[in-house]
Design a protein around this ligand. Sequence first.
Ligand code: ADE
Length: 338
Amino acid sequence: MSTPQQKNEVRDQWLDKTLRPSEWEEYIGQEGIKTNLHVLLSAARARGHAPEHVLLYGPPGLGKTTLAHLIASDLGVAMKITSGPAIERVGDLAAILTNLGTNDILFIDEIHRLNRSVEEVLYPALEAGVLDIIIGKGPSARTIQLELPSFTLVAATTRIALLSAPLRSRFSGGVFRLEFYTNEEIERIIERSATILGVPLTPGASRAIAQRSRFTPRTANYLLKRCRDYAQVHNRPLDTKLVEETLALLGYDAVGLQETDRNLLRIVIEKFGGGPVGLSTLAAATAEEEATIEDVYEPYLIRSGLIERTPRGRVVTALGYEHLGALPEEPHQQRMGI
Ligand code: ADE
């Protein structure tokens, strides 16, 4: 038996799939990446080969998985989806690779979490299309080499810096960084999603959702769905006022910060005089993982100009202070009369 919350999650996941663009023409934004992929895919298709391997990186929710789906459907091939942490052993990778069809796409999400022994076996698979497997142990151990079907690896990561240089260099088809969307692109995504969901919304409403969507389509679609629920429950039109009420209820402020984001800003201000503060100190003070701060909170706070990353650590900007209604401390030199 599933709980109402589980039912909601299943429904949300189903809706997310419905909202995912299935054609290039429907995919809004990331124009540079789309153009580059178009050249890569067209050339490979004309030669009758699988395209070279591609790495997509950038903050969560910007559409890396969607791009991988579009690549597979553009080529008319199947896509096997897995993730770095799911491939625990060399044998897991061997099973995946030997089950691929010719020219299929292998999508590995969170590739930075692949363990080293699996990574080493992946290199010859990517470069020479072979799998070197060691059978047995000790003096009687021997290596056998399996030929693999040709395939394209599309990998995604939020942490490019954690990828080893040898792994990074294997993505000869291109390494593409997804950028945050503009508010205008997010508005178009919201309007497209609203049309698919069959919910009429006013232009003011899509603007109000966009402003709180952290320049991220996944957040935009999530907020749209929550507004739709609220409108349905209260039998009201989806207008600006309803958006403001729904999102306040969910704890989103006027620029899309949640309590955890505001707390992070507040801690830098109150405990560290506005910074600079190092990542590990900040992680300890906020009781958050360093990776969560770097991947989830920081990119948006930096992009919206609320914090800055300096060589000595994170610093809250004047805008960050203003947003919390706090006053910046006087610079150290002024306080000391220097
Ligand atoms: N839904 C999620 N991401 C999208 C995008 N980039 N374009 C259109 N719809 C989307």
